[in-house]
Design a protein around this ligand. Structure first.
Ligand code: NAD
Length: 352
């Protein structure tokens, strides 16, 4: 039994090393029932920033793996978008019952504070500004509180970044300054997908949407005069842009060969089921806007406002996603390389 546990720890350590982790911190508090992980990926560019996720996990090692999987991507997002921050992720294992919520999150606040400002926590799935307020009683290294000036729903700012990336891609690939009349096929009309549809419709784009939620689809028909297709048909839609805004790993050998679009640009994390599919998109002449670069609107918003910025500065920086992704397109074309490789290379260089 002990041998098996050691090999799990060994493989997690290997995974952490492979991803380039600096520190992984664990906290177990008997009194409150708190079991938490803070995975700090990189501090080269400044304090690491990343959300605090509260979720159910079967085992501690699954929670650690999740924190590692999520944290390093925050470093890449921050670096490629020139934020003075590293990336991190906190994961709290959700107990079946939290007896004393205040004590539970205060203890997590103590945990964050023990790291001396190397980690700045924020809202993620399972937590809200109310929990951030409790954490803020114990540490200043917290944002997204009810008084922070940060909207608790990051989707509109995420959608803004994706829309700017679509505009950059349309300019680069199609030579057009406007998205008016451009046909965008959106997979997933949830928080970000809907906000993106709203932005694109306002600019005169034509929309085809799909979702497993029929109510969301009807809303897009009523408000944006969108066409609707079945979930499996979205890869076959003849359009200018495919925007994956539902889930990860949707771009694989089968789906990439089905696509009839010039551009892929959406909010979903980890869209490529393997990083070498970026080259397959390139071979097919499809311009891919790297997901971690263009879906960082929420992170940029939180970081800029925490660093003494305001809404105006935050929006300015999110708008700059246009220039950043355009630069990646140019370099990829110049070096005859996949766009995701170029973007990852820039992020990695900045983290060295
Ligand atoms: P969401 O849960 O609100 O929306 C996802 C939508 O996809 C839902 O409407 C769901 O019904 C739909 N869906 C699920 N399975 C589907 C399928 N097979 N085909 C079509 N639609 C399907 O999530 P969200 O907050 O809008 O985030 C969307 C994606 O963007 C996620 O991958 C998320 O990780 C990523 N992301 C979101 C943010 C953000 O600010 N919310 C930031 C960065 C990245």
């Amino acid at each position: 039994m002990l041998k098996k546990q050691i090999s799990v720890v060994d493989s997690l350590m290997r995974y952490a090393r492979l991803l380039g982790y600096g520190d992984v911190h664990l906290k177990v508090d008997q009194k409150t029932g708190l079991k938490a992980i803070i995975a700090v990926h990189n501090l080269k560019r400044g304090p690491a920033i990343g959300g605090c996720r509260l979720a159910t996990y079967e085992t501690m090692d699954k929670a650690i793996e999740d924190a590692l999987r999520l944290g390093y991507m925050m470093s890449y997002k921050a670096a490629i978008n020139n934020l003075p921050h590293g990336g991190a992720k906190a994961v709290i294992i959700k107990p079946s019952v939290i007896d004393d919520k205040e004590a539970f999150f205060e203890k997590f606040g103590d945990f964050v504070h023990e790291l001396g400002g190397s980690y700045l926590t924020a809202v993620d799935s399972g937590t809200s500004p109310a929990e951030m307020d409790i954490i803020a009683r114990r540490t200043p290294y917290v944002t997204c509180t009810t008084t922070s000036g940060i909207d608790s729903d990051p989707s509109p700012v995420t959608a803004l970044g994706v829309r700017r990336a679509i505009q950059a891609a349309v300019k680069f690939k199609m030579g057009r300054d406007s998205v008016e009349g451009i046909h965008v096929a959106i997979q997933g009309i949830g928080h970000v997908g809907y906000a993106l549809a709203q932005e694109l419709h306002a600019l005169g784009a034509k929309l085809t949407v799909t979702d497993v939620n029929l109510k969301s689809l009807q809303r897009c028909v009523d408000e944006f005069n969108a066409n609707v297709c079945a979930p499996e048909e979205i890869y076959h839609v003849e359009a200018d842009v495919f925007a994956p805004c539902a889930m990860g790993k949707v771009l694989n050998l089968k789906t990439i060969n089905q696509l009839k679009v010039a551009i892929v640009a959406g909010s979903a994390n980890n869209q490529l089921s393997h990083s070498h599919y970026g080259s397959l998109l390139q071979d097919r002449g499809i311009l891919y806007a790297p997901d971690f670069l263009i879906n960082a609107g929420g992170l940029i918003h939180v970081a800029v406002i925490y660093d003494n910025g305001d809404m105006k500065r935050s929006l300015e920086q999110i708008n700059r996603i246009y220039d950043t992704v355009y630069d990646v397109f140019e370099r990829a074309a110049h070096e005859n390389c996949a766009t995701n490789k170029i973007a990852e290379g820039i992020a990695k260089d900045r983290l060295k």
